[in-house]
Design a protein around this ligand. Sequence first.
Ligand SMILES: [Fe+2]
Length: 336
Amino acid sequence: MTKAMDTMTSNPSEPTSSLSTEHAVTTPLPTRRMLWATKRAALEALSAKSQPAGSSFRRRWELFEQLTILAGVFLRVFGLFGRGKRNAQDVKLKEVTLEFPDLPEAFDGYRILHLTDLHLDFTPGIEHSIASAIKKIHGKVDLAIFTGDFREKVYNGHRQILAPLKVILDEIHTNDGCYATLGNHDTVNMVPDFQNMGIRILANETVEVERQKQKIAFTGVDDVHYYYTEYALEALETSPSLFKVAFVHSAEMYAMAEANNYRLYLAGHTHGGQICLPGGYPVFTHHTAGRARARGLWRHKEMYGYTSCGAGTIALPVRYFSESEVTVFTLKTKRP
Ligand SMILES: [Fe+2]
């Protein structure tokens, strides 16, 4: 995996990073990062559910786990469990090509590998299925992004996911580096370990990439399903006037991103429903962005969005009428 080169800007209060010629570069933003990390840790400790619309207490996770045990018994009794498990472990490589009239020509053909919702400690061995899917990519990608949910539970440490994550990272080869945002199942305590492994965490921060004196920008927003803070909206609002892509765990910031002229929004969180009705209709979405944005490609005004079904599962290691996926996006400049 190519590790991005990091440099400091001359003004550490600026919300956006500086640049290199060919590689994405981020600024650590120490004060801002520290404030974000403190707030994130406090929200994790409170079991609060902080969302753009307001705060509430989370439902009891233990009750959710008991209900899934009952569902598992039902699936086994009706002989559906094995097929669902095979579906979940068959991770597909999906390719999506998107055209934009305002994509700088230096970025025509730019490829982004998107992985999300790995939940690596829930299904032993799922890392090998994910790595096999990534191996099918021909050549390097330009950038890799994880949009969160690396672990199964919303508590319980994170070191157990580091070894399987390394298996996946060994298969990822990029020009401009590997980035991640955290999901609602993740903890701020992951950040140092991830950065030691070459994954740069974007916590409400923007990086810019320059090629042939043209630039595009990528903004990574921390999870807004449990851990929304004012920094999430601020990150979108203070981003530069460039062709921009937003990376957020869930699609729940889509309207704010479009209002700030983002052209592409990549998310996960829903697992595409994971257990769906025939035709792929999700029974549960667990997000507030509406069913139209619960899976696959969607559009909001001038912005494309993609909600990945994710590569892993939670609650039950099964999928029905939804496919585990890693996704490669190719950005193209639309010519008149
Ligand atoms: Fe997830």
